[in-house]
Design a protein around this ligand. Sequence first.
Ligand code: 5GP
Length: 190
Amino acid sequence: MEALKQKIREEGKVLSETVLKVDTFLNHQIDPKLMVEIGKEFARRFKDEGITKVVTIESSGIAPAVMTALKLEVPVVFARKHQSLTLTENLYRAEVYSFTKKVSNDIAISGDFVTAEDRVLVIDDFLANGQAALGLMEIVEQAGASLGGVGIVIEKGFQKGGDAIREQGVRLESLAIIDAMSPGQLTFRE
Ligand code: 5GP
């Protein structure tokens, strides 16, 4: 998606060989117009998959997931990373090691919102080693739902998450794939 790549080139900051900071439009401040375009693009790519629910993880997956779900006209469910007083029963859980925060989170989704009747599209902001996406896929499986695919805003193609998901035969669509980066330099896959 050219507009996204352009935005990453203009505003992204490569903090190290593996961490890209995009706080100006995705991870802290959010650019709503770009999110609408991202949602339209995911919806276009997955429109024939019979998606009934978009599933993401708090917090940075929520904006692109909502815009996608709006276009597909289905609800969004976000996995919670923290214990909630109101989310206690009928839970599906997975353990996810956070690439950026270096801690393990127990993520959870209520069985009230993802069921065996659902066909799920998993959306997230970044794909690095695949922990977040694989954790969400595990929850979809626990719920007995079917997986229509995984949509990622920015995939770092030099980390192992993309292969881990594609190897499972899952349809993975990433709107921008970075093949290499270092401070001051970014190479996108064509
Ligand atoms: P994974 O679970 O695939 O290893 O990492 C994906 C998660 O870690 C995403 O949900 C995202 O929040 C975070 N993440 C991974 N790599 C980056 C990065 O380079 N920059 C930012 N801002 N977040 C990242």
